[in-house]
Design a protein around this ligand. Structure first.
Ligand SMILES: Cc1cc2nc3c(=O)[nH]c(=O)nc-3n(C[C@H](O)[C@H](O)[C@H](O)COP(=O)(O)OP(=O)(O)OC[C@H]3O[C@@H](n4cnc5c(N)ncnc54)[C@H](O)[C@@H]3O)c2cc1C
Length: 496
């Protein structure tokens, strides 16, 4: 268990926070603190009430950038580790409090939609606004953010930007990094920074990218401005195809994308993964799902290109209403989270995922090598009830592979992570790196892929670690996230 570096004890931290923000902003209830010590990486242990890691001293709820600045100033002066959160849907340990007496700073009370501008096509929201709420608000005005991660009902704007999240319509609208126009963030020591909203600029490196994806390890995002697009669902055209082989489906998508078409949804499911979603119709084959969207003539042209592409390839057509209904029920709200908890308790089983990315030329090799390595090397392969993958976000140069695995747990709940989750994750991550791909496509590094962060970035690692040293010189921001916990892991010394 890693000790705090702060000279303050828990009581003094709570007292200082109560004086700084008022009692209404400070939570010290036992259950709340335990739950705040983990995220969904430890969903199996937490559903069994096991919280073995350090429990935070308090959760605080700032209501303004000034409050956040005061907390970060206090943290830096007193060497208190800060773990930021908003929607709390993180899956990679980013919310875990790995040092004793950490302070969880929860931005969810900063939940105002500041403005919706249908002329300059931007919306500004505070970090604690749920994406679903922002999207509903702009849709009422005939607009959309274009962002639709599966966690849309729960995830909030701060966390979505902090993790470089991506949604189901990414091939058309991009990831969050393509959507953010400007933002406000607070840095350690209390420095409030606003990156202004401009269509584009060449005023040095793009400083938005210091903030986007920082996972709470560099700064606290207080407000975000995102682009808006016209919302025209009446033009949507839904397509589904069964193909014999996963590689055939990926190749069809590659041809479509590299020819210049941008269907909003672009997904290929391996047969094992397809069985979870389309059990009644997949017949042991892979499933390709595409949606053409946008202005009518563009949606029609994209639809025609999809028809032409598949006319030249062996396939069986899936009814488009079925695809539309399936997509409309893909997201996860609290109801599905609760059902998953009940299922884990009742059946000692679990589903998890690891998402990576790779160039087109190596997608098939990566898919097969991960599948065969897990089947042959994973000591508990016999406990796997499902192992498959899908490609769900495609680019001119390649795509992501989202590996999904379900297993029954034939060990104590406490051992689940070491026996199952970590070894499976390690095989997928190391294979992606071996193929020259990225070890993480959109969930963030969190605390469980830090072992590979140097390998991920290679000679560019010094850029990343220099940011940490420059912006968080006392190392109080989310210890163990992005950078491994051991001392010196973020040393910037080694310039290439
Ligand atoms: C069912 C489910 C489906 C998901 N589907 C997707 C998906 O389709 N696409 C996708 O990209 N992700 C997905 N995720 C992962 C997760 O929802 C995203 O990473 C999301 O962006 C997290 O947002 P949040 O508000 O819940 O952040 P949190 O979980 O609260 O925090 C996530 C990380 O960001 C940091 N952070 C939070 N708020 C701030 C802030 N204001 N300033 C700085 N750092 C901050 C935290 O310290 C943590 O490291 C899914 C998760 C679940 C549980």
């Amino acid at each position: 268990m890693a000790a705090s570096r702060s000279p303050l004890n828990r009581q003094s931290i709570v007292k200082a926070m109560t004086e700084l923000l008022g009692p209404r902003a400070v939570e010290t209830g036992d259950e709340q603190l335990k739950e705040a010590s983990v995220d969904r990486f430890k969903k199996y242990t937490s559903v069994h009430g096991i919280y073995d890691g350090p429990i935070p001293a308090a959760i605080v709820y700032p209501e303004s950038a000034a409050d956040v600045a005061a907390v970060l100033r206090f943290a830096e002066e007193n060497l208190v580790n800060i773990v930021l959160g908003t929607g709390r849907t993180a899956t990679e340990g980013g919310l875990e409090t790995v040092l004793e007496d950490s302070l969880v700073v929860d931005g969810s009370r900063m939940n105002a939609i500041v403005s919706v501008d249908p002329v300059d096509m931007m919306a500004t929201a505070q970090c604690g606004v749920r994406l679903a709420e922002l999207e509903d608000t702009v849709r009422a005005r005939g607009l959309t953010t274009g962002h639709s991660p599966q966690s849309k009902p729960l995830a909030q704007m701060g966390g979505l930007v902090a993790t470089r999240s991506i949604g189901q319509f990414s091939t058309l609208y991009g990831g969050i990094e393509d959507m953010v126009v400007g933002l406000e963030a607070v840095f350690p020591g209390g420095q409030v920074t606003r990156i202004k909203n401009v269509p584009r600029r060449a005023a040095g490196p793009d400083i938005r990218h210091i903030v986007i994806g920082n996972e709470g390890a560099l700064c606290f995002i207080t407000e975000v401005t995102v682009k808006l697009f016209r919302y025209q669902p009446e033009n949507n055209r839904y397509f589904g195809f069964l193909v014999d082989d996963f590689a055939d489906g990926v190749d069809a998508v590659r041809e479509l994308i590299t020819a210049g078409y941008r269907p909003s949804v672009c997904r290929v499911y391996s047969p094992e993964d397809a069985r979870q979603h389309f059990a009644d119709l997949y017949q042991g084959r892979s499933v390709v799902v595409l949606v053409a969207e946008g202005p009518r003539r563009i949606a029609e042209a994209t639809g025609e290109a999809i028809e032409e592409l598949f006319a030249g390839r062996p396939h069986e057509r899936v009814n488009s209403d079925r695809i539309q209904r399936w997509l409309e029920n893909l997201n996860w709200g609290q109801d599905k989270i609760d059902a998953e908890k009940a299922d884990m308790l009742a059946h000692s089983r679990l589903g998890y995922t690891t998402e990576v990315s790779v160039d087109w030329s190596r997608v098939g090799v990566l898919f097969h090598s991960v599948m065969s390595r897990i089947r042959s090397e994973f000591p508990r392969a016999g406990d796997l009830t499902m192992l498959g993958a899908h490609s769900s976000h495609s680019y001119q140069t390649g795509t992501n592979l989202y590996f999904v695995y379900d297993y029954v747990i034939n060990s104590s709940p406490r051992e689940e992570i070491e026996v199952y989750h970590k070894p499976l994750n390690a095989i997928i991550v190391s294979e992606a790196l071996r193929m020259g791909g990225s070890m993480v496509h959109h969930h963030g590094i969190g605390k469980y892929r830090t072992a590979w962060v140097r390998q991920e970035h290679g000679s560019a690692y010094f850029l990343l670690s220099t940011l940490k040293h420059a912006f968080d010189p006392e190392g109080v921001m989310n210890a163990g996230t992005i950078f491994p916990l051991e001392p010196g892991a973020d040393e910037p010394a080694s310039r290439p």
